[in-house]
Design a protein around this ligand. Structure first.
Ligand code: EPZ
Length: 422
């Protein structure tokens, strides 16, 4: 296995071009199952997770091809209507084929994703919602067995929590259901807006984009898509925090500043100079001046994103003062804390609450650490960039799930970062 090595203490300067969003690419790729034909998706990031989704779609019978960041998907003939455990266990988002397969084939058998490092990750909102629009869903031998012989029928679905992939599964399924479907307390993440735009361009009739109530008038058939993936707001936020932690200055380009309002506000409160252009955000840590401790609480969009919690915690270990980090979305999203402590961070946790005792900008020392999940691993990269000395980060396959060309992008800003065999 490979590890990432970082010689820290070097301020980063320059521009980073943001790639397409992983959490938009995955549902949009799954949506091509809804309609036989040749689809085109543009600005698709080349990641472990998008490769996993390609393998799953190819297993189902989709023919794929890639030219740079353009992905071609021909879903004319499907050969299977099931997603096997061997594939689903490596990526929970494989559950996103459930809705499209059910809508197109009238049945689907998808392995339960199982838990992951950050929590149990149930899918009960997905199955309960599909049952509200005419499906029968049973859990058998670790699989979701869903059927809708006479086709799906419109209905009203209320989500107990604004589930992102639950909203996406129901959106996709409802496009081909007979009649009207209303999704209440739906998630409002920008990736869902990207999916709504793609489905409507395919002939779906979806209204309420960006709100917590989505209305879908079912149609008999859709036509193939040609759509672009929105920029990755979590990648952009990760690099803004990394530049701030290094004490340098730079810009993330080809991004949507409006998708990062909650993070930008917190970075300003921490004392960083931020400027927002049409498609870039610049950040200046003013030659490494002292950082102010700032509390955060993760919330569904447009609140502070849980996917940027670990990264902000790493930054706060460098601030002057104490702050609280309240993780309200997932039950076990502090796996990075033990590793940050190995680098000298002073962090206490109590359930979903973390208390960070900031040590100032020179508070961290490089050390061997281990990545445990995608966003925890990016918080270790941020800490390593700020720490004095060398940090070796093992199990970096976690990082490669969600960050395209991370070594190249950081090296271009002056970071000393490379891969080595473990
Ligand atoms: C999506 O996961 C993202 N993944 C996650 O990003 C992100 O952290 C999460 O949304 C929250 O924003 C993708 O989009 C592929 P949820 P998802 O359903 O849809 C509970 C990353 O790092 N819940 O919005 O699985 C659940 O336990 C990943 O890129 C149920 O109880 O998350 C959680 O507490 C990590 N039953 C809350 O709802 C359900 O049926 C929100 O989960 C579904 C969810």
């Amino acid at each position: 296995m490979e590890k990432l090595v970082i010689e820290g203490g070097i301020p980063l300067y320059g521009d980073i071009r943001i790639s397409g969003a992983k959490n938009a690419a995955l549902p949009l790729m799954a949506a091509t199952l809804l309609c036989p034909g040749k689809h085109t998706l543009r600005n698709v990031p080349d990641l472990r997770d998008t490769c996993t989704m390609i393998r799953l779609l190819e297993y189902l019978g989709v023919k794929t091809g890639r030219e740079g960041d353009v992905l071609y998907l021909d879903s004319t003939c499907l050969e299977h209507d099931d997603a096997p455990y061997e594939m689903v266990k490596t990526m929970r988002a494989s559950v996103l084929v459930l809705g499209p397969l059910l809508a197109r084939c009238g049945k689907a058998r998808v392995s339960l994703p199982g838990g992951c490092a950050i929590g149990e990750r149930p899918v009960n909102f997905h199955t309960a919602g599909l049952q509200k629009i005419g499906a029968r869903c049973n859990i058998e031998d670790g699989y979701i067995q869903a059927e809708a012989e006479g086709g799906l029928k419109g209905g009203t679905v209320y989500f107990d929590l604004p589930t992102v992939t639950g909203t996406e599964n129901l959106l996709m399924a409802a496009t081909l259901a007979a009649g009207k479907t209303i999704l209440k307390n739906a998630a409002r993440e920008p990736e869902i807006g990207n999916l709504v735009d793609m489905l409507n361009s395919m002939g779906a009739k979806i209204s309420g984009r960006g709100s917590d109530t989505l209305t879908i008038e079912g149609v008999c058939a859709l036509k193939p898509a040609d759509n672009s993936i929105i920029p990755d707001r979590i990648e952009a936020g990760t690099y803004l925090i990394a530049i701030a932690a290094s004490g340098g200055a730079g810009r993330v380009t080809n991004c949507c500043p409006a998708h990062l309002s909650s993070l930008v506000e917190k970075l300003r409160q921490a004392g960083l100079d931020i400027e927002e252009g049409e498609s870039f955000i610049s950040i200046d840590s003013r030659q490494g001046s002292a950082l102010t401790s700032v509390d955060i609480q993760t919330r569904p969009y447009p609140g502070y994103p849980t996917d940027l919690q670990a990264q902000f915690m790493a930054l706060m270990t460098l601030a002057e003062g104490n702050c609280t980090i309240h993780e309200t979305i997932f039950e076990n999203r502090f796996m990075h804390v033990a590793e940050l402590r190995r680098m000298g961070a002073k962090i206490k946790t109590d359930g979903r609450l973390g208390l960070v005792n900031g040590l100032g900008r020179s508070g961290l020392r490089g050390a061997p650490v281990m990545a445990t999940d995608l966003r925890a691993s990016s918080s270790l990269v941020i800490a390593a960039l700020a720490a004095e000395g060398r940090t070796d980060i093992s199990r970096i396959y976690h990082l490669e799930r969600g960050y395209e060309n991370l070594v190249e992008k950081l090296s271009a800003l002056g970071a000393k970062v490379w891969k080595e065999q473990e």
